[in-house]
Design a protein around this ligand. Structure first.
Ligand code: ATR
Length: 287
């Protein structure tokens, strides 16, 4: 009897390299317990060398194999490339963070952008009644942010980056409402914007964050950071001290997990304060 019960357990994973700091197992285990679902979500460390084999095994779809999972650094681009059915979001980003298997085919999407806007919707409803957003940084994480702002219908999205070529690349990729600038133009470009998003690690690598003056932003603008460790990043601290409304990045992590959970386990979970506290507790323990 024990065996037949075991085959009913729905398995999912988060695959990364390294993976031990992933907080995704805490999130999904919390929801599994809440819904009383017979499921398991585990972190698996897979090296880049072994990742293609891992995907090939998934496609075999054996009863005890996971139904899907999350992929994180450094596998997001390869997961997209190896997927049989990437959706339009993953296609445009060239990266996937959520995969699932259907009839031997690997499907892939990217829920980072969903997580980003859902966090703002939750923490600062009405944030999107703006004409202009400013995104600092043009790395991998910035792409999903830009895509989600564009898809939400924000009129102008201005991307600034230390290396302006990378910002230009993103403006080309994401269409006519996305504009690129060197980081030096920040003060001017912030003028009248209703949202400021930091996607860089400025001030996080032991160096001092440059002093940013948020006064050109609209008076009711929101400043947010996609980094969530620490919860109050140097940029959020600065914005708060200048009287700006701020939203921390933890909710992006929590909300990006929801569509995957629905896909693998069948229920759309909610982000609540208990879940937030569980992650904050873990951050306090492990940094
Ligand atoms: P991620 O995928 O997390 O976005 P990434 O691709 O390494 O990581 O991008 C990091 C971003 O932070 C980039 O926009 C980077 O600017 P460059 O493209 O010029 O490298 C930005 N960044 C990191 N450290 C920075 C610093 N000290 N000053 C300004 N920008 C910085």
């Amino acid at each position: 009897m024990a065996d037949s019960r075991e085959t009913l357990t729905i398995n999912a994973f988060v695959a990364g390299y390294p993976i031990k700091h992933s907080r995704s197992p805490i999130i999904h285990s919390y929801w599994l317990k809440k819904f009383g679902i017979d499921g398991a979500y585990r972190a698996v460390e897979i090296s880049p060398e072994d990742f293609p084999d891992f995907i090939a095994q998934l496609k075999q779809g054996k009863a005890d194999m996971p139904v899907g999972g999350n992929v994180t650094i450094p596998h997001k681009e390869v997961a997209y490339r190896l997927a049989d059915r990437p959706d339009a979001l993953a296609e445009e980003l060239g990266a996937a963070n959520t995969i699932w298997v259907e009839e031997g085919r690997v499907h892939a999407t990217n829920t980072d952008g969903y997580g980003f806007v859902a966090n703002l919707d939750e923490r600062h409803p009405g944030w999107d009644k703006i004409d202009r957003a400013v995104v600092l940084g043009a790395g991998g994480a910035s792409r999903a942010v830009i895509q989600s702002l564009r898809d939400r219908g924000i009129g102008e999205i201005h991307v600034l980056n230390r290396t302006v070529e990378r910002a230009r690349e993103l403006a080309d990729r994401f269409g006519s409402r996305v504009f690129s600038h060197p980081q030096a133009a920040l003060h001017e470009i912030m003028g009248g914007a209703g949202l400021f998003v930091n996607t860089t690690s400025l001030g996080m690598d032991g160096t001092e964050a440059p002093e940013l003056d948020f006064s050109p932003l609209a008076a009711d603008a929101v400043v947010t950071d996609i980094v969530y460790v620490p919860l109050k990043t140097p940029i959020l601290k600065m914005a708060e001290q200048q009287g700006m409304a701020t939203v921390d990045g933890l909710g992006m992590l929590l909300h990006q997990a929801r569509p995957g959970f629905k896909r693998w386990f069948g229920e759309m979970p909610e982000v609540d304060e208990t879940l937030r506290s569980l992650i904050i507790e873990d951050m306090e323990k492990h940094g």
